[in-house]
Design a protein around this ligand. Structure first.
Ligand code: F6P
Length: 298
């Protein structure tokens, strides 16, 4: 008998076996799984950890939480999880498993060490929650050792191939929009131009979506080399001619420094410009309903 929130359910050998077979099909020799979060954290990762842990335990798997991503896998920071380890986390930002960027994982020696640790614990498969780099690392490892890994896309960048959505993107967009709305109040009072730098080294999804949601005058994304005259100065001039007195320009961090962009605007238009770099605030906060449900269903 197990208790999950207010729902009590009976775990019999029969329905656990059915759940396991439903999940795994012919790979039912997998009896225990490890779960880790890697790379930049994203709101909703905790909801994913919770869902994976509870579904797996319900299906009669052993579940191991691996701390600090691939680094913790190599250094054996592993703990067996019960459903209680993931209680009261669905609403929390960050990741209870912590995360890290791991140079050693890019080496054969590092991955061999991780494989040995997995064997020692008897962990038959992994669930990796992370972004581009983390899932690429997972694929390399899976191919190298014929090791079963499920990757869940978790990044505020929304830039994972073959997935239309990544855990954390909606929360990050909403956080940025909330900040920019506040900026707009003061920009319109002072009749200034605000240049806001959002995250995204290689991906402009966040910048573009936030720009649309905030009614930005211009948005610069790393996928396209900007022509400043055409993409920024001209739209500002046009808006000014139409009577606008304050302006919002969104720059993804991978394009250029927001300070350079602001200087270019100032030189060309004489507008009073101010720069705001939103930075890591975009990665924090309670996940939105969309991120919690996406994480849970994934
Ligand atoms: O990959 C997510 C991300 O937030 C990027 O948008 C950003 O460029 C990067 O991580 C920042 O990484 P760090 O936290 O290591 O500074």
């Amino acid at each position: 008998m197990g208790r999950e929130g207010t729902r009590t359910f009976v775990v019999s050998n029969k329905n656990a076996k059915f759940a396991r077979e439903k999940v795994l099909g012919s790979m039912s020799n997998i009896k225990s799984i490890g779960i880790l979060t890697s790379g930049g954290d994203a709101p909703g990762m905790n909801a994913a950890i919770r869902a994976v842990t509870r579904a797996a335990i319900f299906a009669d798997f052993k579940v191991y939480g691996i701390y600090r991503g691939y680094r913790g896998l190599i250094t054996d920071e592993i703990e067996e999880f019960s459903t209680q380890n993931v209680s009261n986390i669905i609403q929390r930002g960050g990741t209870i498993l912590k995360t890290a960027r791991c140079q050693e994982w890019t080496t054969k020696e590092g991955r061999q060490c991780a494989y040995d640790v997995l064997r020692r614990h008897g962990i038959d498969a992994l669930v990796v929650i992370g972004g581009d780099g983390s899932l690429t690392g997972a694929r390399i490892f899976a191919n190298e050792y014929s090791y079963p890994i499920v990757g869940l896309p978790g990044t505020i960048d929304n830039d994972i191939a073959c997935s239309t959505y990544t855990i954390g993107y909606d929360t990050a967009c909403n956080t940025a929009v909330e900040c920019i709305d506040k900026l707009r109040d003061t920009m319109q009072s002072h009749e200034r131009c605000s240049v806001v730098e959002v995250m995204g080294h290689h991906a402009g999804h966040l910048a573009l979506n936030v720009g649309v949601a905030c009614g930005a005058t211009a948005v610069l994304v790393p996928e396209r080399t900007p022509d400043y005259e055409q993409d920024v100065i001209e739209p500002i001039r046009r808006a000014r001619l139409g009577g606008r007195t304050h302006f919002m320009v969104i720059v993804a961090e991978g394009v250029d420094s927001a300070y350079n962009v602001a200087q270019k605007i100032k030189d060309a238009t004489s507008l009073d410009t101010r720069v705001t770099v939103l930075g890591h605030v975009q990665r924090g906060g309670a996940p939105t309903s969309r991120d919690r449900t996406a994480a849970t269903y994934m």
